[in-house]
Write a protein that binds this ligand. Structure first.
Ligand SMILES: [Zn+2]
Length: 57
């Protein structure tokens, strides 16, 4: 798997998960878990990982 670099700071992008919690009417909630790439230098940059890019190990 190729290593992507952060366009902001040149750090390494690593896989992470991002949870979006949505509260629905009636007290239900929906949790959306997305795979993302995030900067390991914690500069705040992240991008969504396309499903087709998730290939396992
Ligand atoms: Zn960065």
């Amino acid at each position: 798997m190729e290593t992507k670099k952060c366009p902001e700071c040149g750090g390494k992008l690593v896989e992470d998960v991002k949870e979006d919690i949505e509260f629905l009417q009636g007290g239900n909630m929906m949790i959306d878990v997305n795979m993302i790439l995030t900067c390991n230098r914690r500069c705040g940059y992240w991008e969504e990982l396309e499903q087709s890019e998730i290939t396992g190990e």
